[in-house]
Design a protein around this ligand. Sequence first.
Ligand SMILES: Nc1ncnc2c1ncn2[C@@H]1O[C@H](COP(=O)(O)OP(=O)(O)OP(=O)(O)O)[C@@H](O)[C@H]1O
Ligand SMILES: [Mg+2]
Length: 318
Amino acid sequence: MIEGIRRIQELMERENYITDRAIATTVYLAMELGKPILIEGPAGVGKTEVAKVLADALETRLIRLQCYEGLDVHTALYEWNFPKQMLRMKVEEDGALAADEKERLIFSEAFLFKRPLLQAITEPDRSPVLLIDEIDRADEEFEAFLLEVLSDFQVTIPELGTIVASHRPYVALTSNRTRELSDALKRRCLYLWIEYPSFEKELRIIHAKVPGSSRELAAQVVAFMQVARHLKLTKVPGIAETLDWAVSLMALHQDHLDPAVVVETLGCIFKDREDILSYAGPRIEQIVSMITALPPEDLASSAPQLLTSVAPGTRTEP
Ligand SMILES: Nc1ncnc2c1ncn2[C@@H]1O[C@H](COP(=O)(O)OP(=O)(O)OP(=O)(O)O)[C@@H](O)[C@H]1O
Ligand SMILES: [Mg+2]
């Protein structure tokens, strides 16, 4: 089993996803037990990426269902191709087919639009990864419907009958916790909470995703982000912002943090006007000076010290 977990970790890291033990263990168990994974955590910490990377690592298809308010069963499962059915009826008007044969014809698979859930169930070659992204945005009724699909991996289309999954999909659901999900859904899933990354994890992510960045710049960017997440912000930056910022600083040929450039590029990490107005200027320059005064190799161990120096206005939990 330990070997299996290590293998998952290795496969996902090969796809440039820095995978801690908790993530690898949950993915491994979900695959072994045939259960969906419910992934929760703040914005931009790598929830959606787990499913994408898993599909690449297993060399299988990723099928994505993006949830939103008002998402209905038809958009998620199947729809009849009404114009095509009409056209065929017209063509068959003078044909030899009897009425019930015509009906059977136009309600056959060729006239069906397969939406993500049906695609996942009917995937012919191997188990796909089914990503049900941001399930908290969908309505509770949709969640209830999903429960049925996730427990049996089969769907019934009245005109066609019951379709059972040929290859049971690996399922990952993500949620930003804009609403509490039902206990029934949680019971069917293995739960994975992804937190903002530690200093070491975020540094590894930069090295993996922005390979050209200097050691000094990468460590300073991470130190800044770790501090920034403890400021009183309307929108706390995630890993996506860290990567955007590191790429932008490289595009500007920076190999270390410079206070003026940090202020100019603050829009890469702070995505709210109030946040920029509150911090652009002396507050940011002070944080940058504290970071650049330390040798890059000491930044990881100095992170707690940096956090306390940023007071007042710090938050204990991001
Ligand atoms: N562990 C990691 N290793 C490498 N890259 C990562 C890791 N975690 C996150 N990322 C990168 O961070 C970015 C954001 O990840 P992702 O979109 O999966 O976040 P999310 O949690 O789904 O965010 P949201 O809640 O906004 O949907 C992506 O570019 C992803 O590649
Ligand atoms: Mg996401």
